[in-house]
Ligand binder design. Sequence first.
Ligand code: PLP
Length: 461
Amino acid sequence: MREIKINLSESDIPRQWYNLAADLPSPLHPPLSPDGKPISPDMLAPVFPMNLIEQEASRERWIDIPEEILGILYRWRPTPLRRATHLEEHLKTPAKIYYKDESVSPPGSHKPNTAVAQAWYNKQAGVKRLTTETGAGQWGSALSFACNLLGLECKIYMVRTSYEQKPLRKIMMQVWGGRCVSSPSDETNVGREIRKRMPDTPGSLGIAISEAVEDAVSDKTGRTRYALGSVLNHVMLHQTIIGLEAKKQLEIAGERAPDVVIGCAGGGSNFAGLAFPFTCDKIHGAKIEILPVEPTACPTMTRGEFSYDYGDIACMTPLIAMFTLGHSFIPPAIHAGGLRYHGMAPLVSAAIAQGLMAPRAYDQIKCYEAAMLWARTEGAICAPETSHAIACTIEEAVKAREEGKEKVILFNFSGHGIMDLSGYEKFLSGKLSGYALPEEDLKKSIAAIKNFPKPGPVKGA
Ligand SMILES: *Cc1c(COP(=O)(O)O)cnc(C)c1O
């Protein structure tokens, strides 16, 4: 009988994270301060604890996962690798579709993998309180969950559209003891300033990041730091446990290696978590197509520029080398709140620039259609973000049928959509429309970074 759930025992959990920075053919471009000079670790010290700053800059290939972190991850890890046989049959594809089910964590997504690690390292460094931003509310609920387990306070700035569209996530944060406010808020200078200038703004991750960073660095007692749910190198690192588990599970399933690896990408972390261990194989000669997927409404990888840019609207972060739509870009209020970020993780951006990954963009209508087909074949209701990975998976499975190839497709089921039913409601009642970012809007926000430093040439591009 073919197995549709491949489980690892707890003793098979990976004990080290994988750092792609050690293997990239061209080295990562370092973060810069606004004057264009590389930043030093102590410049980041008001924002992050030193142990995480060291991880951010590390070029070690393998980094040990502390036992106490594993002790918490065991609550839901290793996560199952599942096979989508019902979808395969529906599509009449010879492809085998496997997916890593990250929706089984208590908050319902991959995000607690890094939330727990970040809260733990902060606690080690003596930090008592964490601030953060959240888009759809997934990250805010994951960090509240982690802070509760580790006894830290948690304050969350939630992007206004999501705060209004997704009140249930806010309640989850409160259940785990976090305090959540709508961003832009009147609790920071940046927030008050933006509310005055743009009273009707839907908010953005860029704005919420500015608020959370200001909150952390303005606490002069030193007990507060900031935590970011995606984008940064150490976040990608913490998520690689997903791909490392998947590798072991594919082996148990009797597969050599995947032909195609797919993940949706907002800041890039769930995609990176699954894809980086396979990207290492690709660098060493394996033939694998690696596909990050984004919405056409926020087309950072497919239409953005590879440039130095700020991570937030108030330019409080260092300049980072990444694919970006410009830090002043405010994405339209599409339902995949977690995919509405103007930038992309430097590690994912570098891998794309070096030809290791091939990004795709899909419209939200196509993604909801994919989510509906998934729910009606496989059963689970996926997060709107995850639907982008499913849309790509379906396209690849259909292509395999047309080519008559028995491909192995692996994607990341980054989270469930039980808290996001309002998007499904709009889709079912015909109120959702397709949206692609107009060229003029793109040109305008990219023009603002015209004079920013450009990363130098890379191998493989
Ligand atoms: C946050 C989120 C994403 C997007 O964030 P990444 O850092 O790109 O992974 C994707 N899926 C789900 C379910 C999320 O909660």
